[in-house]
Design a protein around this ligand. Structure first.
Ligand code: AMP
Length: 538
């Protein structure tokens, strides 16, 4: 076997723990692209990916991956190189990611909604070799961003595809002679960097190895009922964990099923796709599920192929959960996971009450969970407490972030999730709250500190506090409280002005305040800190 890659800023597992995971069979001698190539060899004629009118067979997908890999190698991308992949839900996302794995390179998954602020941070933090994007997305000039980034960093190469992920740059990559499919990396190598919504002003990058990610994918396949018959709809951003590995396209393509990519999750977009392609499984966030349940379009389409709906990313109300089976005819499978690793699913055959009120049981027998009171002692079953976890799919540290790691991980390697959960006698979890300063806007995570730092730079702002406020559909929305500087006319600090400022700074739209209130001062705790709790209650 090749020597594992040494990547500075990656926190390794203790050697005895890693060996234990291998001995237990949690970690196997396989890289993430190998199951795809096994499927290609088994049934090249079958449909692998569908997007719009484009239908890509397994044979075609394998060929594209190896051609694009050759093209990227020609640009100088090789083993261990980080590449920021910033693409919407297009087949090229899947092709580019597998091509990078074929080379042993490390994709950083940047959500398509991200803009200059986030992308610049990813490029700098990872010292990226390349940036792959589309020319325009949702009106944003990403070709311009690519030009700006490559001008500022000498070693950085850009690949700018058309908005649908095709176009001349893709053709140029595809014109290369396909590489031979062979292993150019070790399963122990860092395979990818997931991005995290985070809780601080800086982004967190989550490094997974082929071993950690592959473990999670392999176990998700049976637990989500995925097989060669599966037709999976991806209507959330394709780089989200639930679209990649839980069970995600990695699970479906390993099992020989079909992935249908939707540009968005609205009923008008997805209902016709479900009918046309006989979709059997979809993974969605609660606001999408609510939109599907409440849509009058439902009656116009045949959705009877839907076997199961996997819902996670944010809390689903029990009331909405109970409507899924009778109204959509599909099994509801709630899940609760985090890009850092741990994934929990309700098993497909649970009773109705568990299905509606629980968010799952850990996927792996190797997952270790602690539910602790504020004083660090374990709570009794059913009592809410702080969730900490470690295991074969959970990272031991963020990438290049020693200070953050000291706060986010215990000395013995447990990740402090910042989630408050209750665990019942069977081990099923119910998410009851959160201790981290983070806003969960319908599954998209927003770090208040990041938004606050940018608003503070706006003329006329003395101080700012950003919180989540309750929202019937999204769960939470973003609200900013702003204190004007002395002598500044408060009426100039409007929501529109703040959003314009944030847009100019290049912040993703979903992080922008939905509401704003100008106040003379903030409520304070006895210690003099801003009381976000009192703000939420106001
Ligand atoms: P991400 O890493 O973006 O997938 O976000 C992970 C976080 O999303 C978790 O730590 C939770 O705070 C939240 N989350 C994920 N799934 C659920 C769920 N089913 N219910 C409540 N919160 C969830």
């Amino acid at each position: 076997m090749r020597e594992p890659l040494v990547l500075d800023g990656f926190v390794p597992y203790p050697a005895d723990v890693a060996e234990g995971y291998r001995r237990a069979g949690y970690w196997t001698d396989e890289t993430l692209q190998e199951p795809l190539f096994a499927s290609v060899a088994r049934h090249p004629e079958r449909t692998a990916v569908v997007a719009g009118d484009e239908i890509v067979s397994y044979g075609e997908l394998g060929d594209r991956v190896l051609r694009v890999a050759a093209g990227l190698a020609d640009l100088g991308v090789g083993r261990g190189d980080r590449v920021v992949v910033h693409l919407p839900n297009v087949p090229s996302f899947i092709v580019v990611v597998y091509a990078l794995w074929e080379l042993g390179a490390v994709p950083t998954f940047a959500p398509a909604a991200h803009r200059r602020t986030e992308i610049t941070q990813f490029v700098e933090l990872t010292e990226a070799r390349a940036y792959v994007t589309v020319s325009v997305h949702d009106g944003a000039d990403l070709a311009g961003l690519a030009a700006e980034l490559t001008a500022a960093r000498s070693g950085l190469r850009a690949v700018v595809l058309d908005p649908d992920g095709g176009g001349p740059e893709l053709d140029r990559l595809l014109a290369h002679t396909p590489l031979a499919h062979e292993r150019r990396s070790s399963p122990q190598d860092v395979a990818l960097l997931q991005t995290s919504g985070g809780t601080t002003g800086r982004p967190k990058l989550i490094p997974h190895t082929h071993e950690t990610y592959g473990h999670s994918v392999r176990l998700s396949i049976p637990l989500c009922g995925i097989g060669a018959h599966s037709v999976q709809l991806i209507a959330v951003p394709v780089c989200h964990s639930m679209a990649v590995r839980s069970p995600g396209f990695l699970g479906v393509l390993a099992a020989g099923g079909t992935v249908v990519l939707a540009p968005d999750g609205s009923p008008d977009t997805v209902f016709p796709l479900i009918e046309r392609h006989g979709v059997t499984q979809a993974s969605v966030v609660p606001p999408l599920l609510l939109a599907w349940l409440n849509s009058s379009m439902r009656a116009k389409f045949d959705l009877s192929s839907l076997h199961s709906l996997h819902v996670g990313g944010a809390k689903l109300s029990a009331e909405a959960a109970r409507r899924v089976r009778p109204e959509l005819g599909a099994i509801l499978q709630q899940g609760f996971g985090m890009a850092e690793g741990l994934v929990n699913y309700n098993r497909l055959d649970v009773d109705d009450e568990t299905s509606a009120t629980c968010q799952g049981l850990p996927v792996s027998p190797g997952d270790e969970l602690l539910v602790l009171a504020d004083d660090g002692t374990p709570v009794a079953p059913g009592t809410p407490g702080h969730l900490l976890t470690r295991g074969p799919s959970t990272i031991r540290g963020y990438f290049r972030a020693p200070e953050l790691n000291a706060a986010s991980f215990t000395e013995d390697g447990y990740y402090r999730t910042g989630d408050i959960v209750a665990r019942d006698e069977r081990g099923y979890l119910t998410v009851v709250g959160r201790s981290k300063d983070q806003i969960n806007r319908g599954g998209e995570k927003v770090a208040p500190e990041e938004v606050e730092n940018l608003i503070l730079a706006l003329d006329g702002v003395h101080d700012v506090s950003v919180i989540g406020i309750a929202d019937r559909v999204l769960g939470e929305r973003v609200k900013a409280y702003v204190v004007p500087r002395d002598g500044v006319d408060p009426s100039t600090l409007t929501l529109a002005a703040v959003r314009r400022h944030l847009r100019e700074r290049g912040l993703a739209a979903y992080k922008m305040p939905d509401a704003l209130e100008v106040v003379a001062e903030f409520p304070r705790t006895a210690m003099g800190k801003i009381s976000k709790l009192l703000q939420r209650q106001s």
